[in-house]
Design a protein around this ligand. Structure first.
Ligand code: CP
Length: 305
């Protein structure tokens, strides 16, 4: 594997391999000195054209724990503001000698485009509404940690699927590992076509919750909505939010997940987010080890280019 651009193009075995590699880095992360020399002499940089807390920081933490050098780059304080093109920006960074570029961009397909301009590895940290592969990997890892595996589980992905790259990557990852996925959303928050998606669809969260092992809530992405897709947030919460009374419909062992950042009080009630069955902080913690596994897979076993 040279790049990680999405989950759709991976096999279930590729995902399993990355999850098994993650076990190694979870163990490293628990050490008193959580650092290994695996990527000494390698350089990783990030090119984030959209805001991020979790993905950006956990990639930085992952690279440092692998002893890679990191080149910090902030789009908002760069020559992008003077009109420098994406291609010129990427080629400038590449000329300084980087081995991997972690990229987030508002447009789908940008990470793939960058692979044509650079010789190093490219990792998609979220491209438009398309994919967010490392989020899906850390979600699979977290489910595996809490429920022992993904195969055979029933998973509901609830909310703003239309604008969600997380929903796409998770639907592919969960089903490639053998889970059954149901998307739960009003018709206006589903993509115009679900052709090719390996999922079922429901508009009735109360009917779905008793049947699932995992309820995965998506953030209402108000910044991406160009029209009113729900009558009001209050109405959305009443019909689709995971409220305190709805969470009691879940089975005893079912877990609650969210990629963050959460809109507490909209898609998830504030007190539900803090219940023991909510594994949101475990998702964040596992994100570091998963990203160590991805960086190691792309850079650690390929030798010097
Ligand atoms: N889940 C996620 O991608 O969060 P950030 O936008 O904070 O990176």
């Amino acid at each position: 594997m040279k790049h990680l651009l999405g989950i759709e193009g991976l096999e279930g075995d590729d995902i399993e391999h990355l999850l098994e590699l993650t076990d190694t880095f979870v163990e490293v992360s628990r050490r008193r000195l959580p650092k290994v020399p695996a990527l000494q002499g390698r350089t990783v940089t990030w090119l984030f054209y959209e805001d991020s807390t979790r993905t950006r920081l956990s990639f930085e933490q992952a690279a440092k724990r692998l002893s890679a050098d990191t080149l910090s780059f902030s789009v908002s304080a760069s020559s992008v503001n003077k009109g420098e093109s994406l291609r010129d920006t990427v080629e400038t960074i590449e000329a300084m000698g980087v081995d991997a570029i972690v990229v987030r961009h508002r447009s789908a397909g940008v990470p793939h485009q960058i692979t044509r301009w650079v010789s190093g590895s490219v990792i998609n940290a979220g491209d438009g509404w398309h994919e967010h592969p490392t989020q899906a990997l850390l979600d699979c890892y977290t489910i595996r940690e809490h429920l022992g595996g993904v195969d055979g589980l029933r998973i509901a992905v609830v909310g703003d699927v239309k604008h969600s790259r997380v929903a796409r990557s998770d639907a592919w990852a969960f089903t490639k590992l053998g889970a059954e996925v149901t998307l739960v959303a009003p018709p206006t928050l589903l993509p115009p076509s679900l052709h090719g998606w390996p999922v079922a669809v429901s508009h009735d969260i109360d009917a779905v919750l008793p049947e699932v092992d995992v309820v995965y809530l998506l953030r209402m992405q108000r910044e991406r909505m160009t029209e009113a897709l729900v009558p009001s947030l209050r109405e959305y919460t009443a019909r689709y939010g995971l409220t305190r009374s709805r969470v009691d419909l879940l089975g005893d062992k079912a877990i609650v997940m969210h990629p963050g950042p959460m809109n507490r009080g909209v898609e998830i009630a504030a007190d539900v987010a803090d219940l023991p069955r909510s594994v949101v902080t475990d998702q964040v913690r596992n994100g570091v080890a998963v990203r160590m596994a991805v960086l190691f897979e792309l850079l650690g076993s390929g030798g010097e280019r």
